[in-house]
Design a protein around this ligand. Sequence first.
Ligand code: SF4
Length: 63
Amino acid sequence: MRLVVNPIACDAFGYCAELAPELIHLDEWGYPVINREVTRGLIPLAQEVISACPRRALSLRDD
Ligand code: SF4
């Protein structure tokens, strides 16, 4: 599975990268970049960070 970011909704505040550094780092403008595939063991963390995003800019996609 893959975590995806809607760059239009995202405010680039970076909360997600603080919450889930295993999955997300920030680019030079503060926008999230997804580090890796969401393996089964990382799904709960991905769901947590999706719920915590104040702009609802993150979602999980099945490739
Ligand atoms: S928490 Fe949501 S709005 Fe904030 S940087 Fe991450 S994806 Fe963007």
